[in-house]
Write a protein that binds this ligand. Sequence first.
Ligand SMILES: *Cc1c(COP(=O)(O)O)cnc(C)c1O
Length: 390
Amino acid sequence: MTIDLLAIDGGTALCSSWPSWPPPLDADQRALVDDVLGSGLWGAAQGGLCERFSEDFAARHAAAHAVAVGNGTLALFVALRALGIGPGDEVIVPVYTFVACATAVLLAGATPVLTDVSASHLHLTAETIQEAMSPRTRAIMVVHLAGSPAPMAEILDVARTAGIAVIEDAAQAHGAAYDGRPVGALGDVSTFSFQSSKAMTAGEGGLIVTDNAELAARAWSIANVGRTRGGEWYGHQTIGWNLRMTEIQAAILIPWIGRLDEEIARRNEFADALARELGETPIQVVAPPEGTTIDSRHLLMLRLAKGMSRDWVARALAAEGLPVDLGYPGLHRIEPVAMKSRRIRTPRFDAVADRIIWLRQPVLMSGADGAHAAAAALHRVVTDRRARGA
Ligand SMILES: *Cc1c(COP(=O)(O)O)cnc(C)c1O
């Protein structure tokens, strides 16, 4: 047996283990969770932790207001509803994103328009948005995909000219920044998720963030059965639901805000080291749009050279101990969603769809040391004849 034998052929795997995600509770989280459990004040209407978390997280993202809800899907629904979007309206959604972007629009009764993305950075652009606009377009839902902020300058330009709203889906972009400003208050309203896989998590959780006091009041009311803040318990001024977060979730999330920057730095060390070590191999890190200040690196997207066999590469990498993900299929390939959406041509995405693979957050949390092992595995696999689809 030679040292160079691939693991998929019975050789020794190049990677051993990766950090677990989420990390165990730290001392501050444990103390706060214990407090809440002991107090019996578990609901957001009783304790003050959901309020405190909303304020702290909004401040960290240079925004004035936030409303805590049960998950990121609900946060998108509340944001849409607070903007008054409903039946007959269209919302521009990138074709390359998580299914919740489209299904939240459907939940609000509106129609998603599955819009093409840049073949290089995989975000919406002014050009792709213009292809998707119609007289019914009410909002653009931009996604800060993988922690990489969308090219907001050109997107905000198109939105202002057309007089339509911009929703930032920042479910994957806690702490990211564009043009020197944190994501979250770059558009009209933004949403975050704290589901298990995200860069800050309480198992589940969501947040609506905005600088606009009126939108914030509407969002609060929608998530609190139509009440007004400080108003009567049985005073319902609008149609709303109980969509609240619990105090236990807030107790896990409050101390995490202080750790966010350090964790983003670790994932960037991984990404930078990997990009450096990959050199000129036929697999490359997807570069973020111009104007990116902080890519929070929730995931690392890699692009294979044309004609390579993604399935074989993924299998060979898994054998080397480097788990990779093929990522989203594209919303237009999800039949029940496509049937309810307005579809347009997406040639830019379709040309690269089958060449993208992801490295997930636990792998990225291994920092520069982990990147060295990952680069060795990638080198070994992508330079094999079989990776070329031969
Ligand atoms: C995770 C995610 C959501 C949905 O968040 P949940 O908390 O799982 O409901 C929405 N959009 C994007 C881009 C996501 O990654």
